[in-house]
Design a protein around this ligand. Sequence first.
Ligand code: UDP
Length: 326
Amino acid sequence: MRYLVTGAAGFIGSHLCTSLLERGDEVWGLDDLSKGNLKKLEHLSKNLHFRFIRGSTAEKEKLRKIMQETDVIFHLAAVVGVKWYVEDPVKVIQVNVCQTMDLLELAWQLGKKVIFTSTSEVYGKNAEVPFRENNNRVYGPSAADRWCYAVSKSAAEHLCFGYLRKGLPLVIVRYFNVYGPHGDSSDYGGVTARFISQAITGKPLTVHGDGSQTRCFTYVEDIVEGTIRAGLYPEAEGKIFNLGSRRETTILELAQLILAISGAKGDIVFQAHEEFYGPYYEDIPRRIPDLSAAEQMLGYFPKVTLENGLRTTIDWQRQQMLNGKA
Ligand code: UDP
């Protein structure tokens, strides 16, 4: 098998490439390096079964040629990160919707299976937790830019179902707050990488709001395992799977846990959401997955505890800092 991973130099993409190669498969990784970074793929540079192609999903002819020569496509290329949504909704829609539509159209023309990586964000602020795959999606007003990401991934899911009906083999996975090595610790990254970076550089951890909002943090290795299972199990075709963990953690608890595990002496400071994201932001109070579909159909059981995952991630971020790469 030869797999194409779009967004290969991104956080999850780089781990997915590594795991697919470990299975003995051949992988082509596509990334325009606009947000991704080749450092995340450095360890694969001598792997003869891996080929990195610098390019964008916007380059249709290039994409067609690449897709012609690959068997299955894991489509991860996307604009991800809350600060991007509020800063550049146009780009979010362009990449996550328009370019995904082009990719699906090509896949359909060429008869190639697609695994589309979606997000827990599609459930929005629905208060009915845990979220089952067929739950309602509840969003705020379009003037609140945060929702453009949820809407973009939702629209892409609709496109997926449209192409599925036309005969394209396809699976959708929805990720719940993924963390681990290779995560982006800048202002544009997820909360875990940011807190760790703040802790190990002796800065105060910036908890937004009162920190009572919850997420279920999922270690990247578990996510990758679930993604590969969803991609390879024939009975998964045409379905959506939540991939996450069941442990509900408040953001304040996360900050405290990171301070305890890292041994950092830093403080916790509280910051209003608007101060960080600007006025067009709305937070999601609770986000918990129902994992029964993934468990029953894929045998997906997340293995890495939050403590162990954080330990590994903290070690990795420390190492990056020592190497001057952070
Ligand atoms: N958050 C925080 N401090 C930060 C970054 C994020 O308290 O420095 C909060 C954020 O407001 C949200 C939660 O952590 O309530 C998760 O944010 P993230 O950006 O990781 O993704 P989300 O789950 O909102 O998509």
